[in-house]
Design a protein around this ligand. Structure first.
Ligand SMILES: [Zn+2]
Length: 152
């Protein structure tokens, strides 16, 4: 049986000269007079998420987080977005992929892309292996970025 592969675009040639998302959020937060905790409270997002953003671990924000931050920092989501990397080079663990595949097979809906947090389009493909046994194969692709799960 073929192995299920996932592909991640490694295109991230952007913005060595640009201020990073981490710097932008941190300086804007400080200008607005918030501590990390204070901003997390104000924006009602998890403090860990904010810490990850400011430490540069999060390079791309889910829409809701971006909107909440923009509202709290009195800037526009578009302004924040321009500091995000279009595609993030990220290794997604087999565990995350296996978990997603299991959920697709259970026909769960509202699954989110592990890279960018946008909705995934999923389906279960019916295939036959070499002994003519029916095999259910989970498939997914992101509505926004290049993430996908497919038969390799
Ligand atoms: Zn995505």
């Amino acid at each position: 049986m073929g192995r299920l592969l996932y592909t991640v675009n490694i295109f991230c040639s952007i913005s060595y000269f640009m201020k990073s998302l981490a710097e932008f959020i941190q300086t804007t937060r400080e200008k607005a007079g918030y501590s990390v905790y204070g901003l997390a409270q104000k924006a009602s997002i998890d403090i860990e998420i904010l810490e990850d953003i400011e430490s540069g671990k999060e390079l791309f924000l889910p829409v809701t987080v971006r909107q909440k931050l923009a509202r709290a920092l009195k800037c526009s989501p578009t302004e924040i977005k321009q500091y995000e990397r279009e595609y993030q080079f990220q290794v997604i663990s087999d565990e995350v992929i296996d978990n997603l595949k299991a959920r697709i097979l259970k026909h769960e809906t509202n699954l989110k892309c592990p890279i960018c947090g946008e909705p995934l389009i999923t389906r279960v493909a019916e295939m036959y292996d070499m002994d003519d046994n029916l095999v259910l194969v989970p498939k997914a692709h992101c509505t926004k970025c290049v993430f996908q799960i497919k038969e390799g």
